[in-house]
Design a protein around this ligand. Structure first.
Ligand SMILES: [Zn+2]
Length: 233
């Protein structure tokens, strides 16, 4: 890393994605836009250089990689072309060498996560069974959320407290499951035992989990179409 790119992300920290109140204006008053991070998780921006880079290609490409050097080393600032079809960010996102860099990044991150999990397990011997319980519980919850979303019906109540006469379809359903589904109740109780009040059924959890499911659906569709239309840089 040189002095000019020391504000970019390091291998184990992920991309540097600053969200400035305003980015410097270039030709035709165009500038970098932080909203692009939402579509391209590999994207990073150097404030010092006012240029964007690809975190994956910069850190995980090989010496034989044919990935665009502007995304790897020199930086790119043709803002007007950034989101054009088959150019700029979209073209780089579909480039085969970039996809290889992404695979190497994911594999590196997964290895680091496994190492971190190993350390956490040593510090907390109960952790593997807690993780397994939470995973099974969340899987069931996601299926329930998926069902209510696919029904396209309002399922949250205005007043979901225990004093409410009608806490809404969701709370009533969860209470029914707790009374009639012993497996769900077991997972739920173990989670409550460990985290006290937290059980992922609140409105906030509901929004976050539904948002995550929507993200996964979009990502699957995008990966499928990228594989079909993979083009060389
Ligand atoms: Zn790349």
């Amino acid at each position: 890393m040189t002095a000019s790119d020391d504000d970019l992300g390091r291998v184990d920290c992920g991309p540097s994605q600053p969200k400035l109140a305003s980015f410097p204006k270039g030709r035709k008053n165009r500038c970098y836009r932080a909203i692009w991070y939402e579509s391209f998780r590999w994207l990073e921006y150097s404030v010092k250089q006012d240029r964007k880079f690809c975190f994956a290609c910069r850190n995980f490409s090989t010496s034989t990689s044919k990935s665009d050097i502007a995304f790897m080393k020199t930086g790119w600032n043709a803002w007007a072309k950034a989101m054009e079809t088959n150019r700029g960010l979209r073209k780089h996102d579909a480039c085969s060498d970039h996809l290889l860099s992404m695979t190497r990044w994911e594999s590196h991150a997964s290895q680091r996560e496994q190492e971190a999990a190993g350390i956490r397990n040593m510090l907390d011997p109960d952790r593997p069974s807690v993780v397994s319980n939470n995973r099974e519980y969340t899987k069931m919850l996601l299926q329930y959320y998926q069902y209510f979303c696919s029904e396209e019906t309002a399922y949250r109540g205005h007043n979901e407290t225990t004093e409410s006469q009608n806490a809404g379809k969701w709370k009533e359903f969860i209470n029914l499951m707790l009374r009639t589904n012993p497996l769900f109740k077991r997972y739920h109780d173990k989670m409550k035992q460990r985290y006290r009040t937290y059980d992922y059924t609140s409105k906030r959890s509901s929004n976050e989990l539904v948002k995550s499911m929507a993200f996964e659906v979009r990502r699957t569709i995008k990966n499928r179409s990228t594989r079909q239309a993979c083009i060389q840089c």
